[in-house]
Design a protein around this ligand. Structure first.
Ligand code: PLP
Length: 273
């Protein structure tokens, strides 16, 4: 992505998500990717997780009106070219975020594109979203998405579709689009049927495929956040959704190659090079 000369105001983007005390995923992954992409990261904290490389042992939700207020003050003063959501934890936070997004012009068919990463659980299976909030993800959050970026576990929880091959991946992309997302991505990184990792992008009309070499590493914490943050950066720069996804895919592949050991568990997918 183009960098801004020193001293000039760079492109800004907003992440509305949860923190990771271990610095691997969530808001930390988003801010790191945005900084490395030359984008100023604004952050609206929705939840604070108690987390290290081994797992998430708890989280604290920020009051919904405080989440919405963070979004409101950032957009009215600093201005952002794109936004993303990550861990939102609860129905009431999702509803507050959807309402403030509509108010300030964030979301599909609005001036500021929105990437929705519908975070449900960590890769260790620790919950990051209350189960009863899945209805709000389907009915309130996804309909506001310019792009929705679930992993295969999230696809199953949201649509009920178990993705096992290309056909079921296409069905899942159609189901996510039918929920109201302008574009849906079904990520193939966890589908071990090919040498390649292929993500499928769908806009209700055409399917586009984005493939990269599969990088086998145990240090894959925060990969989904990193992909969604990179797509957000490219959208903030005015890229089309397919071009932003192509950039995001390239970016997350480089970050997987650069991932490192941290603690006793899974190290982060990280753009520190
Ligand atoms: N913690 C937070 C705050 C997150 O947003 C996420 C993922 O989106 C995770 C943890 C889990 O990351 P992973 O599934 O890569 O462990």
């Amino acid at each position: 992505l183009p960098l801004t000369p020193a001293g000039q105001t760079p492109i800004r983007a907003l992440t509305i998500a949860g923190t990771d005390s271990g610095g691997g995923a969530g808001i930390q992954a988003d801010s790191r990717t945005m900084a490395m992409c030359g984008v100023h990261a604004c952050v609206a904290v929705a939840a604070v997780t108690v987390q290290n490389s081994v797992g998430v042992s708890g989280f604290h939700e920020i009051p919904p009106e405080i989440v919405a207020d963070q979004v409101r003050v950032v957009v009215s003063d600093i201005g952002v070219g794109a936004a993303k959501t990550g861990m939102l934890a609860s129905t009431t936070i999702i509803e507050a975020v959807a309402a403030v997004a509509a108010e300030v012009g964030i979301g599909r068919d609005r001036p500021i594109p929105l990437v929705v990463d519908p975070v449900c659980a960590s890769m260790h299976g620790d919950p990051l979203l209350h189960e009863e909030a899945l209805d709000a993800v389907r009915n309130t959050l996804i309909p506001a998405a310019t792009v929705v970026t679930p992993n295969l576990d999230e696809v199953r929880l949201i649509t009920g579709i178990e993705v096992v091959d290309d056909k079921s991946a296409r069905q899942a992309a159609e189901a996510l689009h039918a929920l109201g997302a302008q574009w849906s991505i079904v990520k193939g990184g966890h589908l071990r049927t090919s040498e390649l990792s292929t993500d499928l992008l769908f806009d209700g009309d055409r399917f586009l495929e984005f493939s990269s070499a599969r990088i086998d590493t145990g240090n894959d914490h925060g990969g989904g956040d990193t992909l969604a943050a990179a797509i957000t950066c490219a959208l903030a720069h005015g890229y089309s959704v397919p071009d932003a996804v192509a950039f995001g895919k390239e970016w997350v592949t480089k970050c997987l190659e650069a991932s490192y050991d941290l603690g006793a568990g899974h190290g982060p997918v990280s753009p520190l090079w």
